[in-house]
Design a protein around this ligand. Structure first.
Ligand SMILES: Cc1cc2nc3c(=O)[nH]c(=O)nc-3n(C[C@H](O)[C@H](O)[C@H](O)COP(=O)(O)OP(=O)(O)OC[C@H]3O[C@@H](n4cnc5c(N)ncnc54)[C@H](O)[C@@H]3O)c2cc1C
Length: 466
């Protein structure tokens, strides 16, 4: 049982003395935006919202909160999809978005040092101007780098380049006690004890507050091209993926999509996709440093796909085609949302040869529960985005069906040796499904790790493993 202290005038006074009136908000002066993230259904305003600007401020607030047993939640842009940044116990919310400076580009060590609130879109723009590349590419570019670190954000380029965790060289964090520690650094290798830095990636703000980041960069590939491959059905599209990966011409992204989602995107954007006549599609991208290298890669892969039953191979090389394909891919989530009254998302990851089996299972669930289900996702890494749509169901019917359909999907994912979340994390919304998956000993280990960082359980309580 958590006996957190309710904030009073004295606590507010402390925060105002540290930050000034203009950076401390209480009650109705806190915008409703800070009570939720992009997941519907769970919302709670913090008792106090503060805009922090330095590590020192974060450290002083944490040590005050620690002494007084006040819960604290760090918040980036609030684009999360599992309720991870919702302050379910009230307390203090630290808005990290004002700590948004790029501090140093080290072109010899290929690192970028920056504050936690820098946005993903600013990072790519900045490094590309210096002919460098930060490969992780999650769909929501207005997310902060610390939000990306804390959810170990993925994205389409994971097939070739990996995820956020693979590009974190060093972190400065403030512990729940207020103590500041540094993890990793600019070094390339590190075998110096437990990798606490890697534990922070994906910890959803439950272990420490990230106040500085050192990212790994790589040289910017000079050229990129995409290939769109229509297949007669999802099975033949998905069964081609392991063959593509084995062919040694590693695509940057391998996405799958089905006709219904393409039609929804056409309707949503009012723009035509290059082709919408087939049931299933693979969309691949390749990058490299010369046209010859790219041509040899995509020709090899196009031939494999044609041998495996692809009906055609469209090279997406003109600006017009690129825009048609990528604006549609970028709009899938919003396009599906626009076709219904409400929806919820399951983001399991399964071994990549099981993607078709999982999606076919969701087709059966549609019929069994008489509910619409739409999906698309990352065929190259087995991470699916499956949406259950509310349509005309009442709230009560929707809740009941959603619980049953989700329980069935997560059960199926376990049978296929998948995991609860390939992207977006556990937060508040997916805890139950994670508990169903892991042995009690695993959960206990996670709880003990949490306790080692946060003995009073004041940092983002009620999330991930609680
Ligand atoms: C349209 C859309 C597309 C998306 N596409 C993708 C995608 O392709 N891949 C993907 O992985 N996600 C995707 N997301 C989800 C979301 O963008 C990511 O989870 C993102 O990493 C959240 O970043 P944020 O800055 O918005 O963090 P928030 O939502 O504000 O917070 C997320 C978590 O990080 C913690 N946190 C934030 N800052 C700090 C800090 N400084 N220190 C400690 N903890 C902190 C919070 O407490 C919370 O637990 C998408 C979301 C939307 C709406």
């Amino acid at each position: 049982m958590n006996n957190y202290k309710a904030l009073d005038a004295k606590d507010r006074e402390f925060l105002v003395s540290l930050l000034g009136e203009e950076r401390v908000y209480t009650g109705e002066t806190i915008s409703e935006d800070f009570s939720h993230d992009e997941l519907g259904g769970i919302s709670q305003r913090p008792e106090v919202l503060v805009n922090v600007l330095s590590t020192d401020e974060v450290s002083k607030i944490m040590s005050y909160a620690y002494e007084n047993n006040i819960p604290v939640v760090a918040r980036g842009s609030g684009t999360g999809l599992v309720g991870a940044s919702v302050p379910i116990f009230g307390g203090i919310m630290l808005n990290m978005c004002g700590m948004n400076k790029i501090l140093e580009l080290d072109e010899e060590n290929l690192t970028l040092t920056l504050e936690p609130g820098v946005l993903l879109m600013e990072i790519s723009k900045y490094v590309e101007e210096h002919d460098l590349f930060y490969p992780p590419d999650p769909g929501e570019k207005s997310a902060t780098i610390a939000g990306n670190i804390n959810t170990n954000a993925g994205g389409m380029r994971a097939v070739k380049y990996g995820v956020t965790r693979d590009y974190i060289r060093g972190l400065e964090i403030v512990l729940p006690t207020g103590k500041v520690i540094n993890l990793g650094g600019k070094v390339v290798k590190n075998s110096s004890g437990y990798s606490v830095k890697d534990l922070i990636c994906g910890s959803e703000g439950t272990l420490g507050i990230v106040t500085k980041v050192i990212l790994k960069l790589i040289p910017l590939p000079k050229k990129a091209i995409s290939l769109l491959l229509p297949f007669p059905d999802l099975d033949s599209a998905i069964s081609t993926v392991p063959k593509i990966i084995k062919s040694k011409s590693i695509p940057t992204a391998i996405e799958f999509m089905q006709r219904e989602v393409i039609l929804a995107a056409e309707e949503f954007l009012g723009k035509k996709f290059p082709d919408n006549t087939s049931d299933a599609y693979l969309l691949l991208t390749f990058d490299g440093n010369s046209t010859e290298e790219l041509e040899s890669d995509y020709e090899k892969v196009a031939n494999i796909c044609l041998e495996e039953g692809a009906l055609d191979a469209f090279i997406i090389d003109t600006d017009e085609r690129k825009e048609a394909v990528w604006s549609a891919r970028g709009a899938f989530l919003e396009a599906v949302k626009a076709t219904t009254t409400d929806m919820d998302e399951c983001d399991v990851v399964v071994p990549r040869n099981k993607v078709a089996e999982f999606i076919k299972y969701t087709d059966l669930l549609q019929e069994q529960f008489n509910v619409r289900i739409r999906s698309f996702g990352h065929a190259g890494d087995g991470n699916l985005h499956v949406y259950v749509l509310k349509d005309a169901l009442t709230d009560a019917e929707w809740k009941e069906k959603l619980d049953e359909v989700f329980a069935a999907m997560y059960k199926k994912s376990r049978e296929l040796e998948g995991l609860v979340s390939g992207e977006h994390g556990i937060g508040y919304a997916k805890k139950g499904y994670m508990f169903d998956q892991y042995e009690p000993e695993y959960v206990e280990l996670m709880r003990n790790i949490k306790l080692a960082f946060d003995p009073k359980n004041i940092l983002n309580p009620g999330k991930v493993c609680e």
